[in-house]
Design a protein. Structure first.
Length: 181
């Protein structure tokens, strides 16, 4: 698939007018000073599963789909006129189940949880993660407990992560998805 068609795919999910798209950049380790600043992972109270028919069972931390939509729109606006890194890869669990994942981020060092695909021409993501380390939620408007969050929408096959530079949140979210599916 060409870079143009990748751009069109991003456009279809609402990510438009980005300054530059870096597709499948060489994997980079997270800078040591960012690891120090990142501290610990999100608390369980900052990780949400969208409440819907598919998840109509006891959830530890459900959130209304309207909040997901609102935060998604805010993140669309946040990514305008920014450089974006797009990584396509696969993640496997211990029993060999595999998911194709596309991670869209403002930083290149979020991708350590999966193996980057070599043949991106035929790649189709099973799940997408939009990760904005510097995007902060507004708890009084967004339905979150704090500025940092992870929202998983199983039906849309989309995860929104923001407010934390801790790159392992992508790994944690995808591990949760693989457990739930």
């Amino acid at each position: 698939m060409t870079l143009l068609s990748k751009y069109q795919q991003l456009n279809r999910i609402g990510l438009r007018n980005m300054e530059q798209i870096h597709y499948q950049p060489k994997q980079q380790p997270q800078p040591k000073d960012m690891i120090t600043l990142a501290g610990v992972a999100l608390t369980p109270q900052d990780r949400y599963i969208i409440q819907e028919a598919m998840t109509n069972w006891h959830l530890d931390n459900p959130i209304d789909p309207a909040y997901f939509g609102w935060i998604y729109q805010e993140m669309e606006h946040y990514f305008k006129h920014r450089c974006v890194y797009v990584q396509d890869g696969t993640i496997r669990d211990a029993v060999g189940k595999q998911l194709n994942v596309r991670v869209i981020s403002e930083t290149p060092w979020h991708d350590t949880c999966f193996e980057q695909v070599q043949d991106s021409v035929s790649f189709t993501p099973d799940f997408m993660v939009i990760y904005a380390a510097n995007f902060k939620a507004k708890p009084q408007l967004d339905g979150t407990r704090s500025e940092a969050f992870s929202l998983t929408h199983l039906t849309k096959r989309l995860i929104l992560i923001g407010g934390t530079p801790y790159h392992q949140e992508v790994t944690h979210a995808m591990t949760t998805v693989m457990t739930l599916l």
